[in-house]
Design a protein around this ligand. Structure first.
Ligand code: ADP
Ligand code: MG
Length: 349
């Protein structure tokens, strides 16, 4: 229990620093620091764009286009909007191939790869179960056995059929519901970074709470400094990663947990039980893109830690995983998997 509470601090404490101390964002006078920052609420969180652009106007126009793209993805994917493309799929007759947008199809394809590689630990078809978890959060009680059995029956990555030729998806069981919560923010951050690049701005990052899409480094820097302070500023080890052109995501037990009868349930669903995870893990993933880092961070939080070395070693792209676990004696164990990063300890403030 103690370990779970401590681990709960991890997610919210990923801090991004640009490596520059002066706050001159917004000024476009010649010779001034061209760093600019823009923030908008999307997908239930704040998306932050940090970019370097020659003039304020260039940066603002690019950021506006990037936020529009994020908003468009939110409207397609959200399971909070009954009219989103993802939610409307649940209304279609079962076993019927339905044409979907490029984005929805791309996300489903990626998600199915993750599901297959993790034996369904990562599974975007768990929407009925996340719905129950949200109800539990409102009522403070676990779902009844019938509701749980019915939701579990209508969940499972093998209940989707994708056809790349026609870009269609079919649900093979009635009542199935998608939940892209474990991948959408990373996908959107990465898509927003691509929009900035199309506007000629490559020295940029897009951050959505625990998910970061990093572009080229700031001028004169080798990378963006990403500080991980997993257990708060006053305890445990911290890391500074200096990275560029990658996705970085942190996932695990969060403040969104729920305690019922003394048991703490994470908002990550354990497909084995249909309920929130009770085993705490906190994982940071660095991967070639933020969609992958987001999904893998969720997947690695759900998977038993003994599975992580195999998953990372067998992944076709280079991915780096940092697992934080607080031991029963209160010390923090950090395990890393995958090719080494420029990762070094630094004193916490
Ligand atoms: P956060 O959204 O808190 O940053 P994650 O990226 O780990 O953290 O995503 C958590 C969300 O993923 C949950 O709120 C839920 O919508 C969804 N989810 C929960 N369990 C799973 C799972 N086993 N596989 C895929 N997605 C999940
Ligand atoms: Mg995730």
């Amino acid at each position: 229990m103690f370990a779970r509470v401590a681990l709960g601090l991890l997610l919210q404490l990923v801090v991004v620093r640009t490596g520059l101390s002066a706050g001159s964002a917004g000024s476009d006078a010649p010779g001034d620091d061209p760093r600019r920052e823009f923030v908008e609420p999307h997908m239930g969180t704040l998306f932050r764009i940090v970019l370097y652009a020659p003039t304020g106007a260039d940066g603002a126009a690019a950021a506006r286009a990037a936020f529009l793209r994020i908003g468009e993805l939110d409207r397609l994917l959200s399971d909070y909007h009954p009219e989103s493309e993802a939610m409307r799929l649940s209304q279609e007759p079962v076993d019927t191939a339905v044409p979907v947008s490029e984005d929805l199809f791309a996300l489903l394809q990626r998600s199915q790869v993750l599901a297959a590689a993790t034996d369904g630990a990562f599974d975007v078809t768990l929407g009925r179960l996340t719905q129950l978890w949200r109800a539990s959060r409102r009522t403070g009680s676990l779902p009844g056995p019938e509701a749980l059995a019915s939701a579990r029956q209508a969940s499972g990555h093998t209940l989707l059929r994708l056809d790349p030729a026609g870009r269609t998806v079919a649900f093979l069981r009635p009542g199935l519901r998608l939940d892209f919560g474990g991948i959408a923010k990373g996908y959107a951050a990465q898509a927003a970074l691509a929009v900035l690049a199309r506007h000629g701005i490559t020295q940029a990052l897009v951050a959505a709470s625990g998910d970061l899409a990093l572009g080229d480094p700031p001028p004169g820097r080798s990378g963006w400094s990403v500080d991980l302070a997993p257990f708060g500023p006053s305890s445990g080890p911290s890391h500074r990663l200096v990275l560029a052109r990658v996705g970085v995501s942190t996932s695990g037990d969060t403040e969104q947990s729920l305690t019922i009868n003394g048991v703490r349930y994470s908002h990550l669903i354990d497909p084995a039980t249909g309920l929130g995870l009770t085993r705490a893990a906190a994982v940071t993933v660095v991967a070639p893109g933020a969609a992958l880092s987001d999904a893998l961070a969720t997947a690695c939080s759900v998977l038993d830690p003994t599975r992580l070395p195999g998953l990372v070693a067998g992944w076709p792209e280079p991915v780096h995983v940092i697992l934080h676990q607080r031991q029963p004696d209160g010390t923090i164990q950090v395990a890393t998997f995958g090719p080494p990063l420029p990762l070094s300890g630094f004193p916490t403030p």
